[in-house]
Every structure is written in structure tokens, then in C-alpha cells.
Design a binder for this molecule. Structure first.
Ligand SMILES: [Zn+2]
Length: 394
């Protein structure tokens, strides 16, 4: 059996992918044709009652039996992108958190299982992640994984690029109701990513739907006392105006901060956080680095937004939380500060926003809470909710 820590590549596991890849992360690297893959994953057959528990436990212990990928990023023909995962960087001495990642998206020739991602992250001093949902399925998956995995906390939301189609189909309210339900689970610590994306959506009904969804998410975050993770693509002014008009949640994070020093000053003035992704390491990202410089240090966070936005010198290759040391080292370098001090500060900031990763217990492995189809890590079998006897409901 393959070890969760790595070992031979899990190529065979990824026979195909269920749904269309993300359209939302339309970064230069991601701006490619994304294709639907037919999927040939064998369904888990309901076992007999007698064999159920033993079989369930066996499944749970075998990561090769679990396909965590809800979506696939472009594994497309004709790309010149190097689809191999970069090597582990030198480990950080002081650990740090990745406060925004998408471990459910398969990328590269040999997509990593989420546990492999976490083990590689642990090996280089990335202590925990916030796993971010973007629709009902991935939000459920994020909450379910967070309920079981101590290194994962969850954020749940309908992404602004999903909102227009849902609104048109008359399904947006129902989707938001699911997000509201998931928000009540103890290891769901943020509502996000939500916001406005003017790069993908033209003025008109689509943007109206985004704004309605954004406002609804803000209300959910406030109602549950959760942090808010904002997706802001070419929409700085309207994001800020909306937050000021309806009132921002107490802890508001601009995920993958993409503004300049002017927007950074607005964040600083309002006590909002800027989360820097691998983009801050890019050669042409002068504006971002200037923004970093003017941000009060206690409002700075870091993230990977994996599998996108891989930091220099591996830009374009598949990303994972384990590559974040490149980003924090570049930031420390630019700020002229010690990387360990910066990591300590960022970890402290991160815990201010989301709480500590061990504040709420996870379900113990082997708990008989799940039905035979509810294999941890498999989003396709998590149609319902979290286990009924999940501890610490609030
Ligand atoms: Zn994201």
C-alpha cells in the first residue's frame, strides 16, 4: 500500500475527473481550455452489515482507495506548462499557516491526495491550512475534511463566478442556505471565497447576482461570527464600497490580495487583512510588494491558493501548501526582516482570524458515524452532511 507521506506517484488513482475544472482562477497560467473528463471511478458497493465496519475501516486506512478530487485543473493538450510538482523547499524553522488553498482540485501529471499535500506541508513547516470551498459540493467536502483532519479548517461559500449561473437557474438561494448550514459546523471558520469578479463577468444580471451573493455571504459570516474571505478580481472599488455600506465582519480577509499601496491603505484603515499569495514573488509584481510594505504587519497573512499561483521560481507548475516557504522567504527578503520572525507574526495573525487549529476536536478515526458510502476524503460520497453525532455542534 502506498504510504500517505508520498511514495510512488498516485497516477493510477486519477482515472478521470468528475466535473469541469475551475473557471474562476483565471490567472495567466490557468487561462487555458479546461476540459471535462469522463470518470471511471468504481462505486463503493454497499457491504453486508457484518462486513461493514471492518471494510469501512480498511477503506479509511488506504489512501489509494480514496479519490479526493472534485475538480481537475487543466491537464490539457498543447500546454507547455511543466506538470510535475516542484521539490520540497528547505523547511521553515518557525511554522506558518496557509490560509487559502483548494486541495480538492487535481493538478499535474500525478495529482497529490490531500493527505499527501498535508504531509508535505508538515515536513516543511506549514502547520495547517484553510481549505476553501467554492460551491455546494466543494464546501461540503471542505467541511467534511476539516471535521476529520486536525491540520485542516474549512471556509465555505459560493464563488462569485458560480453565482450568476445559479441565480439564472433559480438555485442561488438554496445554495446559500447550504452554506448557512455548513457555517454552523465548529471547524468551519470562514465564509469564502465570496466577492466580485469583474474579469469574468460583464455588467448586468451576472454582476447583480454576484453582488446579491456577496451581501448574503457577509450576512452569514456576521450571523455565525466567522471570518470573511474575499475574492476581488478587478473590482476593488465595489468590494470596498459594499463592505462599508453593509458593514464588514469583524475579521475580513482579502484573499490573494491583488491591489496596490492605495488599496492596502484602505485595508489598513479598516483593519482588514491582506493575504499574499505566490503572486507577490513574481518579477513584475512591484505594486503588490509596495502594498505589502504599507500593510501593518499585524494584518498580513499568506496563502498558496493552490493549485494556482505557484511562487517563483516554480511559476506555472502545480502548487501546494508545501511551497509556501518560497513566498514567505521572498516577503521577508523584500521587507528586510528575519523569516522566522515574519512566520511567527503571520501565524499569530492567522490564529487571530480563524482561531487555533486544535480549538475544536476532529472526529476520531474509525468512529462509526459514517455509512458505508461515506468514505472520508471522497467528496462524491458526501452528498449529505457531516456525521450526526459530530461533537461540539454549535
Ligand atoms: Zn481560491
Amino acid at each position: 500500500m502506498r504510504s500517505p507521506a508520498g511514495g510512488d506517484p498516485p497516477a493510477a488513482r486519477i482515472a478521470g475527473f468528475a466535473t469541469v475544472a475551475s473557471r474562476r482562477h483565471d490567472t495567466p497560467e490557468a487561462r487555458v481550455d479546461l476540459r471535462t473528463f469522463s470518470r471511471s471511478r468504481p462505486r463503493f458497493q454497499p457491504p453486508t452489515v457484518r462486513s461493514m465496519r471492518r471494510r469501512y475501516v480498511t477503506e479509511q486506512l488506504d489512501p489509494a482507495a480514496i479519490d479526493p478530487h472534485v475538480r481537475a485543473r487543466a491537464i490539457m493538450e498543447g500546454t507547455t506548462r511543466d506538470l510535475s510538482y516542484p521539490p520540497n523547499p528547505e523547511a521553515l524553522t518557525v511554522p506558518v499557516y496557509d490560509n487559502h488553498t483548494h486541495l480538492e482540485i487535481a493538478d499535474g501529471e500525478n495529482p497529490l491526495h490531500y493527505r499527501e499535500h498535508l504531509d508535505r506541508a508538515s515536513a516543511v513547516g506549514v502547520r495547517g491550512v484553510v481549505q476553501v470551498g467554492t460551491d455546494v459540493l466543494t464546501s461540503r467536502w471542505s467541511a467534511a475534511v476539516a471535521a476529520r483532519e486536525p491540520r485542516v479548517l474549512a471556509a465555505v461559500a459560493i464563488h462569485p463566478n458560480e453565482a450568476p449561473a445559479l441565480a439564472e437557474a433559480g438555485e442561488l438561494d438554496a445554495a446559500l442556505a447550504v452554506i448557512d448550514e455548513l457555517a454552523a459546523h465548529p471547524r468551519v471558520v470562514a465564509i469564502g471565497e465570496t466577492g466580485l469578479d469583474y474579469f469574468r463577468t460583464e455588467p448586468g444580471a451576472g454582476r447583480d447576482a454576484q453582488l446579491a451573493a456577496f451581501e448574503a455571504h457577509i450576512a452569514i459570516a456576521k450571523r455565525h461570527g466567522l471570518a470573511l474571505q474575499i475574492h476581488d478580481r478587478d473590482a476593488h472599488d465595489d468590494i470596498v464600497a459594499t463592505l462599508l455600506r453593509v458593514g464588514a465582519p469583524e475579521r475580513t480577509v482579502f484573499h490573494c490580495f491583488s491591489g496596490d499601496a492605495v488599496l492596502a491603505a484602505t485595508l489598513a484603515e479598516n483593519g482588514w487583512y491582506a493575504s499574499f499569495a505566490g503572486t507577490v514573488t513574481f518579477k513584475n509584481a512591484t505594486g503588490l510588494r509596495e502594498a505589502l510594505e504599507v500593510m501593518p504587519r499585524q494584518l498580513v497573512l499568506v496563502e498558496t491558493d493552490a493549485p494556482f499561483l505557484t511562487p517563483h521560481p516554480f511559476r506555472g507548475r502545480p502548487n501546494g501548501p508545501y511551497l509556501m516557504p518560497h513566498t514567505v522567504r521572498a516577503m521577508a527578503d523584500y521587507l528586510g526582516t528575519d523569516v522566522s520572525m515574519l512566520c511567527a507574526l503571520i501565524s499569530s495573525n492567522t490564529e487571530q482570524v480563524y482561531g487555533t487549529w486544535d480549538a475544536q476536536p476532529v472526529v476520531a478515526p474509525g468512529d462509526p458515524w459514517a455509512g458505508p458510502d461515506d468514505v472520508p476524503g471522497d467528496p462524491h460520497d458526501l452528498g449529505g452532511a457531516l456525521p450526526e453525532n459530530y461533537p461540539g455542534e454549535r
